[in-house]
Design a protein around this ligand. Structure first.
Ligand code: ARG
Ligand code: GLU
Length: 716
């Protein structure tokens, strides 16, 4: 392995790369390297994985709520995903009386399954390369904005003319930075109900301390069910809907897996940027990550302080807190990994090789010789906008609910008199009704004031309103957004609909609200001085990146390039494999077991408490048929790692064995490897999965919900 790795790294720089797996990769399911997958151990064929004309594995894989992945595991539409993917829903169904965050929830029959308005499950039924049609009418010389306009028109025309069923949708996405375009036909189910979830002490055991790290001990799973109309087609929620009958569901392999086994992960990775120049990585390290990490530091401390003190706040903010802390920690790990792996220097070496090859080929040099120099210039110019952009996004939009609502209200005010107004108003009313259910005005005020303090301090003054920012406790007290002042004679929190009813007084309230006024001034300066000039640079960067992508593919013709993740369906494959971070004497093993969960157990702790029932099962080694080993030596597997190249969005993705059976679900990556979004390194990048045996054990032995197992096809 070590030898192969050396060869491959050498090859990456000097002779191109022919081994896809070693360089990671998230492949389009219609363009799989079947030969390599088989050589690594796969026994099924590429057409078993994706086939628009016959039932295949893709028929069991659904984009979950647009952000995660899920898979169908029974003929009755039972859907498996991560606990953290369903956490928003679990949280919404929770109250002090029914605290599904602390206790488990399992529907005992279909009638107890809980509805989730807005939650969707989307299947991809066909994928087509439409590059030629989309690029028709574009030329090399075109300005970027003009080219994009032609592309957008073509996208509209091709989408509108695609032959599909009435219950299907179409979308087209750019790949390889806009060098290729693919069309997707989808089916979106809109009635997805919660079936069961373990308590957070299992589903999110170790929480933030353990997040993005290995060894790990989390039962990060939840069960949902897709409902369809009487014809088994997508439908809005209705009592008359029936459990969905999938074209294919995943059999579960509970017979055991081991180090070295072939695995593949099928899902919807969100965003990667593997082909950036070195300067871009420098910007992320020096500007982007420090700005966003610094702002979230402040928000998180305030939130945690109150969540620990008060259960009602914990329930309201647990899901939001997890969202903010998740990427806070990821960016921290990413920066660390990039530094440790010398990512910038590696990119520079690669660029030196690129330049060297250009110098030997005048034709390529004429086309691409200018790229790296222009990148350097543009990134240098964009640094100051990058910091400001992150300050606005994180301090005003992302982490203060009050400021976010003020921004929306400012939008609404600006749209007054236009034809959008009514639609916008309706959308915001719906959004606000959800937001205010879990809003703690005092807590959010504390967070917001701290963030605005940072903003005033660190945002370059040229990007702040000339008259300064006047936001104090009084501003919050006198604003209808916090519910402390009235609008239309009511509190917006108690009756959002009524607050927006009378348009004349709504308009007056919007105009006179002190928070709307302040935030709207902040936004105006930001838009004019940051957002617009930054976008102009971004357009130029998009152009360069598209050319650079094409250039790399031509300059290194023997290297395999996968398209960056873009929230479309992908396959990544690898082997179950441990790893050795360079600051540790020994290697990490690829499996963890339940007895180690006990070692982490801290009674009453916020992150490391355990349910009594789980402790009892472990103490008695009452593992049912799911353990490895027998008698005293029996051990219950919990999580495992492999060399699959995954990213955010792959959460909940099925992990499949050589025969296409389910062996686990993806939920995370190891700390040192979170930089794989920018710089995949086969030596340390590992994805983390829940072992399917642990899922079955929790359903069966912990929750006594074995009637659910009867629906599944389990290979023992
Ligand atoms: N890091 C994983 C992901 O990006 C898990 C996040 C959920 N867990 C948590 N402690 N926030 O989604
Ligand atoms: N937890 C991530 C998600 O929600 C997956 C982990 C990763 O980013 O690799 O998609």
């Amino acid at each position: 392995m070590k030898k192969l790795k050396l060869f491959v790294t050498g090859c990456l720089l000097f002779c191109g790369l022919a081994i896809g797996q070693e360089s990671g990769g998230m492949w389009i399911p219609t363009e799989l390297n079947e030969a390599e997958m088989k050589q690594m151990g796969m026994r099924i064929s590429a057409s078993d994985i994706f086939n628009p004309n016959a039932p295949s594995i893709n028929d069991a894989v659904a984009h979950f709520g647009g952000g995660c992945t899920s898979e169908v595991i029974s003929p009755q539409g039972l859907l498996l995903t991560n606990h953290h993917c369903g956490f928003g829903q679990i949280q919404k169904h929770s109250s002090l009386e029914n605290d599904y965050i602390k206790e488990w929830f399992w529907a005992k029959d279909h009638s107890e399954e809980l509805t989730n308005p807005g939650l969707t499950a989307t299947f991809i039924v066909d994928i087509q390369d439409v590059t030629d049609k989309i690029l028709q009418g574009t030329t090399q010389e075109m300005e970027e904005a003009q080219r994009q306009a032609v592309v957008n028109d073509n996208i509209d025309i091709i989408s509108a003319n695609t032959v599909k069923e009435p219950y299907q949708d179409v979308f087209i996405r750019a790949f390889y930075k806009g060098n290729k375009y693919y069309l997707f036909i989808t089916e979106t189910y809109r009635d997805v109900r919660l079936v069961g979830a373990p308590p957070s002490a299992i589903g999110n055991f170790g929480m933030d301390t353990d997040n993005w790290s290995w060894p790990r001990h989390v039962g990060d799973f939840a069960l949902f069910r897709i409902y369809a109309d009487k014809n088994n087609k997508p439908a809005e929620y209705s009592e008359d809907n029936v459990p969905y009958q999938p074209k294919h569901f995943l059999p579960i392999n509970a017979s055991g897996i081991k180090e070295g086994d072939f695995t593949f992960v099928f899902g919807f990775p969100g965003t990667t940027n593997e082909y950036l120049p070195a300067v871009a990585i420098e910007q992320i390290l020096e500007v982007t990550n420090p700005s966003r990490i610094g702002i979230r530091d402040v928000a998180l401390k305030i939130l945690m302080n109150k969540m620990k003190k008060d259960d009602a706040t914990r329930i309201k903010y647990a899901s939001k807190y997890a969202r903010i802390s998740n990427y806070h920690k990821k960016w921290t790990g990413e920066s660390l990994g990039l530094r440790k792996s010398n990512a910038v220097q590696k990119k520079k070496d690669y660029e030196a090789e690129f330049t060297e090859r250009l110098s030997q080929n005048p034709e390529l040099k004429a086309q691409y010789g200018h790229l790296l120099g222009e990148f350097n210039e543009l990134y240098a110019n964009s640094n100051k906008f990058e910091k400001a952009e992150n300050y606005f996004n994180e301090a005003i939009y992302g982490n203060s609910e009050t400021f976010r609502v003020a921004l929306l209200m400012s939008n609404l005010l600006k749209s007054y008199g236009s034809s959008n107004f009514s639609a916008l108003k309706e959308r915001y009313v719906n959004y606000l009704k959800g937001l205010y259910k879990n809003y703690d005005a005092d807590l959010d005020q504390e967070v917001s004031l701290a963030l605005i303090h940072l903003y005033k301090l660190d945002m370059p003054s040229e990007y702040q309103p000339a008259a300064g920012i006047q936001i104090t406790e009084d501003t919050f007290r006198n604003s209808f957004i916090t519910g402390k002042a009235e609008i239309n004679g009511v509190s917006i929190i108690e009756d959002t609909e009524k607050a927006f009813e009378n348009e004349i007084s709504l308009l007056t309230a919007l105009e006179n609200d002190p928070l709307v006024q302040q935030i709207s001034k902040i936004e105006e300066v930001y838009t004019e001085k940051v957002s617009i000039p930054r976008q102009a640079i971004q357009n130029q960067l998009n152009y360069l990146q598209r050319k650079y992508m094409k250039a790399q593919m031509e300059v290194f013709p023997d290297k395999l390039f996968f398209p960056d993740a873009n929230s479309t369906l992908r396959v990544t494959y690898g082997k179950i494999d441990g790893y050795k971070p360079d600051d540790r004497p020994e290697r990490y093993e690829p499996f963890t077991y339940l007895d180690e969960v006990m070692e982490k157990y801290i009674p009453g702790d916020y992150e490391f408490d355990l349910p009594a029932k789980l402790i009892e099962l472990e103490t008695k080694k009452d593992y049912g048929p799911y353990a490895v080993g027998k008698g005293k030596r029996a051990k219950m597997p919990v999580n495992f790692i492999a060399s699959n190249h995954t990213t955010g969005g792959n959460s909940g993705s099925p992990v499949l064995d050589k025969d296409g059976n389910l062996i686990g679900i993806n939920f995370d990556r190891v700390w040192e490897g979170t930089m794989s979004d920018l710089n995949y390194d086969p030596e340390i990048c590992r994805n983390i999965m829940v072992d399917v045996r642990y899922i079955l054990f929790i359903i069966d032995k912990f929750a006594n919900a074995n009637y659910l197992l009867d629906e599944m096809e389990i290979i023992r």
